[in-house]
Design a protein around this ligand. Structure first.
Ligand code: AP5
Length: 217
C-alpha cells in the first residue's frame, strides 16, 4: 500500500497516519518528524533546515528529497508507506512519482483531508506533542489524562515552536500557495480521494479505511 496523506497544517494527517501505519504494518514517512529529529540532534541537515522551519517556510526541495530517497531505500519501505507531509509542491510530487516508478511501483491513492481554516487554527494552537514518542494531543479535543504528561510513555508534552499563532497563519498561507495546487495534479492522475477531516478521530479513521479499501478492490 503506497499512500500520500495530503492536507493543510493541522488537518490530522499525523494523527491518522500514525495509527493506520501501525495497523497496516507499513512505515509512516513524516518529513516534519524527520526534520524535527534532525534539528534536535543538530546534524548538518537539521541546522540547514531550522532557518526555514522556524519561519514556517518550506525547507528546500534538495534537502527534503535527499531525506526521502534515503528513507525509501530502507527495507521496511519495500512493504509500502504512508507519506505524511510530503510532497508539498509540484517539484516534490514529480520527484516522488519518478522515485516510485524507478522502484517498480505506483501510488495507490492520495487522501486529501478537508478541514476549514478556523478549525485548523484551533487545532494547531492547542496542539501538544510528546517529546519522547511523538504522540499528539490537543488541550481541548484530545487532552492527556494528566496535564503535560504523555498517556503512552509518560514523556513530557510540549508546544511546537511553529504552532504559535503568527507562524501558523504563515504556514496556512504557504500551504495555499504551494501545496494546494497538488489537489488538481493528483485529481488529474485519478489518484485523489477526499475525506471530511472534521468530526471524531475514529470516524475519520474509518472513512480513510473505506476509501483506501475501495481503491484497492
Ligand atoms: P509538518 O510537521 O509536516 O507539519 P504540517 O504539515 O504543517 O502538519 P501538522 O503536523 O501541523 O498537522 P497534521 O495534519 O499532521 O495534524 P495533526 O495530526 O498533528 O511540517 C512542519 C514544517 O516542516 C513545515 O512548515 C516545513 O517547514 C517543514 N517541512 C515538512 N515537510 C516538508 C516538505 N515536504 N517540504 C518542505 N518543508 C517541509 O493534528 C493537529 C492537532 O489537531 C493535534 O492537536 C490533534 O490532536 C488534533 N486533531 C487531529 N484530528 C482531530 C479531530 N478529528 N478533531 C479534533 N482535533 C483533532
Amino acid at each position: 500500500m503506497r499512500l500520500v496523506f495530503l492536507g493543510p497544517p493541522g488537518a490530522g494527517k499525523g494523527t491518522q497516519a500514525r495509527d493506520l501505519a501501525r495497523e497496516w504494518n507499513i512505515p509512516q514517512v513524516a518529513t516534519g518528524d524527520m526534520l524535527r529529529a534532525a534539528m534536535a540532534s543538530a546534524s548538518p541537515l537539521g541546522r540547514e533546515a531550522k532557518q526555514y522551519y522556524d519561519r514556517g517556510e518550506l525547507v528546500p526541495d534538495d534537502v527534503i528529497l535527499r531525506m526521502i530517497k534515503a528513507r525509501l531505500s530502507e527495507s521496511d519501505a519495500g512493504r509500502g508507506f504512508i507519506m505524511d507531509g510530503f510532497p508539498r509542491n509540484l517539484a516534490q510530487a514529480e520527484a516522488l512519482g519518478r522515485l516510485v516508478k524507478d522502484l517498480g511501483h505506483t501510488l495507490d491513492a492520495v487522501v486529501y483531508f478537508d478541514v476549514s481554516e478556523p478549525e485548523l487554527l484551533r487545532r494547531l494552537t492547542g496542539r501538544r506533542v510528546c517529546r519522547q514518542c511523538g504522540a499528539t494531543y490537543h488541550l481541548v479535543f484530545a487532552p492527556p489524562t494528566r496535564p503535560g504528561v504523555c498517556d503512552r510513555c509518560g514523556g513530557e508534552l510540549y508546544q511546537r515552536d511553529d504552532d504559535r499563532e503568527e507562524t501558523v497563519k504563515h504556514r496556512l498561507d504557504v500551504y495555499a500557495r504551494q501545496t494546494a495546487p497538488l489537489l488538481d495534479h493528483y485529481r488529474g492522475q485519478g489518484l485523489l480521494v477526499t475525506v471530511k477531516g472534521e468530526g471524531a478521530i475514529d470516524t475519520i479513521r474509518e472513512a480513510i479505511r473505506s476509501v483506501v479499501e475501495a481503491r484497492r478492490r
